[in-house]
Ligand binder design. Structure first.
Ligand SMILES: [Fe+2]
Ligand SMILES: [Fe+2]
Length: 171
């Protein structure tokens, strides 16, 4: 008989995420803009939920560890849009995030590596070596795609509204 698939629930997701998202350290991510107009806080929550959904019916996944690394994968704690920020953010932020996350939350070697390699293939020879690493690497790309897509939709709606306002004004 085929085993029934487990369905994701917000309640279960939060039971894993809560120990991290309730901390003041994690709440700092609300200050920083990441993709488009989305904060890092919103982005990592989305990556964590996508990762949870991807992993829910997979075997041998430590869900608490997966959600922890998903929530902390962009814990770099600076504004990369700032004019004084000269480093190539795409390449360097995974290492910074891993260092910060280890300092503030403690990480196993596997969790550290998963965060450090989440930007693959940008980092070419530096690729994920665990299931949790691959899951957050893929979930990150999926989430970024949605974030940019939503932003483009909002921009289009704003442009349409502006046109409409102009039309009404000129009548
Ligand atoms: Fe990242
Ligand atoms: Fe990310």
């Amino acid at each position: 008989m085929k085993k029934e698939k487990k369905q994701p629930t917000l309640k279960e997701f939060l039971s894993y995420a809560r120990p991290i998202i309730q901390t003041n350290e994690f709440k700092q991510l609300k200050k920083y803009i990441h993709h488009a107009k989305h904060t890092v806080y919103r982005h990592v929550l989305s990556v964590a939920y996508i990762s949870y959904k991807m992993a829910i019916n997979k075997k041998n996944i430590d869900m608490a560890s997966l959600i922890k690394v998903a929530l902390l994968h962009d814990y770099y704690l600076y504004d990369w849009h700032h004019k004084d920020h000269k480093r190539p953010h795409g390449y360097t932020h995974p290492h910074t995030a891993a260092e910060n996350a280890r300092r503030d939350f403690g990480l196993t070697a596997k969790e550290y590596k998963a965060i450090e390699t989440h930007m693959w293939p940008l980092t070419l020879f530096h690729f994920p070596t665990s299931k949790i690493g691959w899951i957050i690497c893929l979930a990150d790309k999926r989430s970024a795609h949605y974030e940019y897509k939503i932003d483009r939709m909002i921009q289009k709606d704003i442009a349409r509204l502006k046109k409409l306002k102009e039309k009404v004004k000129n009548k």
